[in-house]
Design a protein around this ligand. Structure first.
Ligand SMILES: Cc1ncc(COP(=O)(O)O)c(C=O)c1O
Length: 373
């Protein structure tokens, strides 16, 4: 066997031995306690029907975008949608990317230059880490949600300084102290970028809008693949930032644009979001019910969001626990190291508007029995 095959096999064997091998799972009919479909939009017949109706009114639409936005792939529809979404979020401008991964990669790889500094929370999403790695800027990591640690990094930061945080953290589900971070950033003339992937829809327009901070953040990344039930993302910020990204963000420039049916779904989903009071209230009620059932149980991280994590520690224990829940009909996934740091392996439970109180109580009962085992 040639050298690459030897390497591949050795690396996979390493993962197998450590119990950390990632595998793709087939479809299942379990009760969804793991997806990002917080408001049920991905499965919404209304979203589906309205998108189909919209597309029927535009029968000449192309199946594929045919090229990148800078070549044949741009449409008035996409640019109008960007204006509409930016307006909805009280931002000056927006630029749509094909995914949240692409948006963060493009933003963080293109904007900070050699001599600049990117400061990220230690729990920041992989796509921001990857973007920062592709830039030539210095990179500092501060302790999770820890302002003292952030300040230490700010004191040593040089050049243009960018602080990257998530309003709701994807693995712990907790919330960044946005007001304090912004106030501290102002002292050090740093710019704050907020990823709102898990806040949109869970906290209406996201926490930046919710807290009235839209004029104090440098940029926001909003993803469409979670509560909106669609796919893609937008970077919100100034018009000049948009123009910069059109020119320099390689994950925007060198990729085929999203097709119209994807964009149409996003447009319709934004309309649905504005009519989703009931779903948003139901989601909040479900989060409260889940938390009330498990309050006082060790391992449950403090979180007000739809993401509720129970730390178990150890890949084997966590996988076994998840399997038990799956056998009982609940789709709960184990989050193992190296996705999360060793010792913080967990069950990551995502709550949705469509989960019934009975489903939640059945799940929490099972969790309680097993946590005590
Ligand atoms: C915080 C955060 N940002 C960005 C992304 C990437 O978004 P997308 O799935 O649209 O690529 C994710 C998704 O996992 C995420 O959790």
């Amino acid at each position: 066997m040639g050298a690459p095959e030897t390497y591949i096999e050795a690396k996979l064997n390493e993962r197998k031995a450590a119990g950390t091998l990632r595998t793709l799972k087939p479809d299942n009919n379990l009760i969804d306690f793991c997806s990002n479909d917080y408001l049920g939009f991905a499965r919404s017949p209304v979203l589906k029907q309205n998108t189909e109706d919209f597309l029927k009114k535009h029968p000449a639409y192309l199946n594929g975008a045919t090229g990148s936005r800078l070549l044949s792939g741009n449409t008035n529809f996409c640019e109008e949608l960007e204006v509409e979404i930016a307006h909805f979020h009280n931002a000056e401008a927006g630029l749509i990317f094909n995914s949240g991964y692409d948006a963060n990669l493009g933003l963080f790889s293109s904007l900070p230059q050699r001599g600049d500094t990117i400061i990220t929370d230690e729990l920041i999403h992989a796509c921001i880490i990857d973007g920062a790695r592709l830039s030539y800027a210095n990179r500092y990591i501060f302790k999770h949600n820890n302002l003292t640690s952030l300040q230490e990094k700010l004191k040593n930061a040089k050049g243009n300084i960018y602080i990257a945080v998530e309003s709701v953290y994807s693995m712990d589900g907790d919330i960044a102290p946005l007001q304090q971070i912004i106030a501290m950033a102002e002292q050090y003339n740093a710019k704050v970028v907020v990823d709102e992937a898990h806040a949109l829809g869970v906290f209406n327009k996201g926490l930046v809008n919710g807290l009235g901070l839209q004029n104090q953040v440098f940029a926001r990344v909003i993803t469409f693949g979670k509560a909106l039930g669609a796919h893609g993302a937008i970077v919100l910020g100034s018009s000049i930032l948009r123009e910069y990204l059109v020119n320099f963000a390689r994950s925007f420039v060198f990729t085929t644009a999203a097709p119209l049916h994807q964009l149409a779904t996003v447009k319709v989903a934004y309309r649905l979001l504005q009519e989703s009071d009931n779903e948003q209230k139901q989601l909040q009620a479900n989060i409260s019910l889940f938390k009330s059932q498990l309050s006082g149980h060790t391992g449950l991280l403090e979180s007000m969001s739809a993401i509720q994590s129970i730390i178990l520690s150890g890949n084997e224990l966590t996988s076994q626990f998840a399997q038990k829940l799956q056998q009982a009909g609940f789709d709960v996934r184990p989050i193992l190291s190296p996705t999360v740091p060793q010792g913080t392996e967990r069950l990551r439970i995502c709550l949705h508007a469509f989960n019934t109180p009975e489903e939640i109580l059945n799940l929490t009962n099972l969790l309680k029995q097993n946590i005590h085992e």
